[in-house]
Design a protein around this ligand. Structure first.
Ligand code: SAH
Length: 262
């Protein structure tokens, strides 16, 4: 609860480059403010309005190959600037990971979109997922996006400070289908199982057995994983009636999966 108060977006002024993009505010004749007047309200409009900035982010995601309408819609509707610290608000819609405290980061939008698109898989076409487990709530951003594409989201975080931060970030959004749990995600969250999807936001060097157990048959797991050569890659595991199918995808760079709580 001791978070600094967030500014409404747009933040009261971005870096010089952002400010340069602001067109001068034209005041109607007869409304000219004297020089000593109170500061003008932050200008709104193209270039600064959060919906417009977000829709440009969505356009970039689509251009870079995200094709699921459900994912693009979800990315367009969750206000990422509400999940980052005040000083970083003007970078909220850039394709970059950002620090969220306690040496952790919020993933960049393209990675969030890519992983959720993978999670939806063929089900995406059939209009949404059932129950989803997210390991690594962080600031709660991805949980909010997941909440738009899944019926129920269980998101578990091992750091109490971040679990509470996510709680504070998500409270005003009133997403009744997003459930935050403080605990060690290495053991999954049996109470919500079986899951149609499991998504990890931290990379370990093996897939915990609990995740495979808690995945429904027909379900899919998407997780960063460190390979024997030390490189972290994105791994997709499908649980079929006949066993697990693993697919290794592109290299990624996630914070480490750790055990225990802190
Ligand atoms: N999805 C998050 C990204 C957070 S970064 C967001 O949108 O902000 C990954 C998070 O995984 C970190 O907060 C880290 O503390 C958490 N984490 C690492 N190992 C974990 C574990 N075993 N159980 C739960 N959370 C874990």
């Amino acid at each position: 609860m001791n978070q600094p108060k967030r500014p409404s977006f747009p933040a009261r002024l971005g870096p010089p480059s952002a400010q340069n993009a602001v067109r001068p505010v034209v005041r109607p004749a007869g409304n000219a403010a004297p020089r000593s007047a109170a500061p003008m309200p932050a200008p709104r409009g193209v270039g600064l309005d959060s919906a417009a900035v977000r829709s440009r982010m969505v356009q970039r995601l689509a251009a870079s190959g995200i094709s699921s309408a459900a994912v693009l819609q979800a990315m367009g509707s969750v206000e990422r600037h509400l999940f980052v610290d005040t000083a970083l608000v003007n970078q909220a819609y850039e394709d970059t990971s950002l620090p969220i405290g306690l040496a952790q980061t919020i993933s960049k939008p393209s990675v969030v979109a890519r992983m959720i698109e993978l999670l939806l898989g063929a089900e995406g076409a059939r209009g949404g997922l059932g129950r989803v487990l997210e390991i690594g709530t962080g600031c709660g951003y991805q949980a909010a996006v997941l909440g738009r594409v899944a019926r129920e989201v269980y998101s578990i975080e091992r750091l109490r400070g971040l679990h509470e931060k996510a709680r504070n970030n998500l409270r005003p959004l009133r997403l009744t289908n997003v459930h935050l749990i403080f605990g060690d995600g290495m053991v999954g969250y049996a109470q919500g199982a079986p899951y149609a999807g499991i998504i990890a936001a931290a990379g370990g060097d093996a897939v915990p057995a609990a995740w495979c157990d808690q995945l429904a048959v027909g379900g899919r797991l998407v997780a960063p994983m460190v390979q024997s050569n030390g490189q972290q890659i994105l791994l997709v595991i499908d649980k079929t009636p006949y066993g697990f199918n693993e697919t290794v995808l592109e290299a990624v760079n996630f914070v480490p999966l750790k055990s225990g709580i802190a």
